[in-house]
Design a protein around this ligand. Structure first.
Ligand code: AHG
Ligand code: MN
Ligand code: MN
Length: 337
């Protein structure tokens, strides 16, 4: 049987199922090519001079790595001329990037975390790109980047597509257009993504959790309770032994959960209280929540479904708990108790 490329998968979603428009197909193909370019740059590593610090800070006060900046530029350059987008917003830019006047404007908005897992770049551990697509509201004011911010402030339920690329031993693109989750592997010789898994489903039970234990003393009571119950193992109230994994790249931790189940937590804690959480709603939490739900999992802050949050600002941060349904439901109950 012929190989199913990403382009073919998208054409079928458009032609046979009517799930996506031609412009959304083009948009996703362009994003996938940008991810290929990022993958190539990452693959060169020290030989390509792409490792190390950029010498600048982003809007959230985080030191940017060269690859944060390079990946952001690759995504902007790839997407601004195609006519499918109205504007883009990124974790690495203070304000939205408008499509320059010399190019036609389209009906979609794209947000991205160009390089997720920055702290893992220089140590050769898996990193990724996360993206989300929204429709631009009719009549939205795109006259200035400041005014354009408003158009992006839509809940995650409004996303029309979301995905991530993982740059690991292989480069994968994991995608949803609201019709389940499919995974594509980059064939480096052919220079294209080929479908390797369709209809990904997260097991409802798990024996694996993912949290930064160094923050334990700052956690709230429901998280303390849940993690200590898991640590108590077979002898404890949950009656089974758990294992722990924390890569420190959300894409890699979420991809493991997409593949074999588990629960990922970056909860609110007393240290993060003022900023609302660690992970960013528009670039990390919402796209991952859409993918997780599309694969039968659950994503919550502990108190609210992530996809229902009405964003107040572009760079908003939120608590994130996601993964295997039964485990996420348990900790949600602990929050309600
Ligand atoms: P980014 O590199 O885009 O800033 O994101 C890093 C995020 C996420 O990928 C990961 O889950 C988390 O930060 C790791 O945080 P700690 O360093 O606190 O473990
Ligand atoms: Mn990130
Ligand atoms: Mn990032």
């Amino acid at each position: 049987m012929a190989q199913r490329t990403l382009a073919r998968y998208l054409t079928e979603e458009q032609r046979n199922k009517g799930v996506i428009t031609g412009d959304l197909k083009l948009l996703i193909e362009v994003v996938s090519r940008a991810c290929q370019a990022i993958s190539i740059a990452i693959g060169k590593g020290g030989l390509g001079g792409v490792l190390g610090e950029a010498g600048s800070d982003n809007i959230q006060g985080e030191a940017q790595k060269k690859l944060d900046v390079l990946s952001n530029d690759i995504l902007l350059d790839a997407n601004e001329w195609g006519g499918h987008l109205a504007a883009m917003a990124s974790e690495e830019m203070d304000l939205p990037h408008l499509v320059p006047h010399r190019f036609p404007k389209g009906e979609y908005l794209l947000t991205f975390d160009p390089l997720d897992g920055s702290s893992n770049i220089d140590v050769n551990v898996s990193i990724g790109t996360i993206f989300s697509v929204l429709k631009c509201p009719e009549g939205a004011d795109l006259s200035t980047p400041e005014a354009a911010e408003r158009a992006f402030l839509q809940p995650g339920t409004a996303q029309v597509a979301a995905g991530y690329a993982v740059y690991g031993p292989t480069t994968l693109l994991v995608l949803t257009v609201g019709d389940g989750v499919a995974s594509f592997t980059l064939d480096r010789e052919q220079g294209q993504f080929l479908l390797t898994q369709e209809n990904m489903q997260i097991p409802v039970e798990t024996k694996e959790f993912s949290i930064n234990m160094a923050n334990q003393r700052f956690w709230e009571a429901p998280v303390q309770r849940y993690i200590s119950e898991m640590q108590a193992g077979k002898e404890g109230p949950l009656g089974k032994d758990y294992n722990m994994r924390w890569v420190g790249s959300m894409v890699a931790d979420v991809h493991r959960i997409m593949t074999r189940g588990g629960i990922f937590l970056y909860p609110i804690d007393s240290k993060l209280r003022a900023q609302g959480g660690k992970l960013r709603l528009m670039y990390e939490a919402n796209p991952m929540a859409m993918l997780i739900e599309q694969a039968g999992g659950t994503a919550t802050t502990g108190r609210q479904r992530i996809l229902d949050i009405a964003p107040e600002k572009l760079h908003q941060r939120v608590p994130v708990i996601l993964g295997s349904k039964n485990e996420v439901d348990r900790i949600t109950r602990y929050h309600a108790a």
